[in-house]
Design a protein around this ligand. Structure first.
Ligand code: GCU
Length: 366
């Protein structure tokens, strides 16, 4: 086993460099991230997909909306995830797919008043229409800008989204049952949910399984990157303002620290990360290695100039440090750092950038 502390990329001019990376470096780093940062995810599962409803989606002519109930077995427990799958108007080829969780339930991203409200535990966010940790009618459409379904469909993409709390509620106590089922933390559980949703959606045969993009904002951006590291069905990953534990370097960086993360979100990362609080330099890897784990697939790191907490400049540094791993595959153009003015957030303008990038970079995944 190589030591990841000292892991440096084999010289790309060495004809064996790519093979060395794939057989030794990559597996070692994947283990190191699972061991020291995100923690494990369970193996044995059964994923059963039940079609709850199929109907024409009134917002885009010719589009369809499917309500899926995805039951995920983890040993002796099961979790039901409600997945909203949207298909663009039919063309001769199957559409590529964007997948990612949402923060406030499927009704929060869809302006259609007929979407059922999710009755699960919700974050205490009155501004999102949450009262006593439950969604009210005021939650409807509140995150339409974060997941602009109509824009996505009009560009010819399908979209699948689900409430992150269906698998792992974002709370130390509420997330206890799912963490006890074998997850190192909430980020690992959310990352895993991308893969389980793909397990459910791909066999339906309605999307192009070779053109799948994973997308996540902020905490979900951390999860999207970890999902892409683990699941090669993901051909493109969009990390939006993911920051600490996502696309941002730890070493010599400003913004959120490991201590900050554990203070506010003790359930997100695995316990072995705790001792690195204040000792980020001692970590056996840095986050450019997480980006490297997606190579040669496409990666779009979206930063916002005023989002100092996430650290746009230190996200850029991570991207540049990761680029040689993409060069190994002659895919240096598949890794992009994008900055925009303004603060932490995701909206329709960001999505236009994601879709533009997907149009050119979402190639058949290998
Ligand atoms: C907090 C947290 C970040 C996270 C963000 C979000 O700001 O400190 O790590 O990315 O929430 O998910 O919006």
């Amino acid at each position: 086993m190589i030591s990841v502390t000292s892991y440096t990329l084999p010289d790309p001019s060495d004809g064996n460099a790519r093979a060395q990376w794939e057989t030794a470096g990559r597996p070692a780093l994947l283990n190191a991230f699972a061991g020291a940062m995100y923690g494990p995810a369970p193996h044995a599962t059964n994923v059963a997909c039940r079609l709850v409803e199929r109907r024409e989606w009134p917002i885009v002519r010719g589009a369809l909306r499917f309500e899926l109930s995805v039951r995920i077995d983890i040993q002796f427990r099961y979790f039901d995830v409600a997945v909203a799958l949207y298909l663009p108007p039919v063309t001769r080829v199957l559409p590529p797919l964007f997948v990612g969780p949402n923060f406030a339930g499927n009704a929060s991203v869809d302006p259609d008043p007929a979407i059922p409200l999710n009755s699960a535990w919700m974050r205490p966010e009155p501004a999102w229409g949450m009262i006593a940790n439950r969604a009210t009618d005021a939650a409807r459409g509140v995150h339409g800008g974060r997941w602009p379904i109509a824009d996505i469909l009009k560009r010819g993409y399908a979209a699948a989204t689900w409430y992150d709390g269906d698998l792992c509620p974002d709370d130390p106590a509420e997330s206890r049952p799912v963490r006890d089922a074998g997850f190192g933390g909430a980020i690992a559980a959310w990352a895993w949910s991308f893969s389980r949703v793909l397990d459910a959606v791909i066999p339906l045969g309605m999307v192009d399984s070779r053109r799948v993009a994973a997308v996540g904002h902020s905490r979900h951006g951390k999860a999207a990157l970890w999902a892409a590291a683990n699941d090669r069905r993901i051909g493109l990953v969009v990390s939006n303002n993911s920051g600490a534990g996502g696309a941002r370097l730890w070493r010599d960086a400003g913004g959120e620290t490991i201590a900050d993360l554990f203070e506010r979100f003790p359930h997100w990362f695995a316990n072995p990360l705790r001792p690195f609080a204040g000792r980020e330099h001692a970590l056996p890897f840095d986050q450019h290695h997480l980006l490297a784990l997606a190579a040669p697939r496409a990666v779009f790191v979206a930063s916002a100039d005023d989002d100092a907490w996430a650290g746009p400049v230190d996200e850029q540094r991570a991207v540049e440090a990761a680029r040689p791993f993409f060069t190994l595959y002659d895919r240096e153009d598949a890794l992009v750092w994008h900055r925009r003015p303004g603060g932490h957030g995701i909206g329709p303008e960001d999505w236009q950038n994601f879709l533009d990038f997907a149009d050119r970079a979402l190639v058949v995944s290998r």
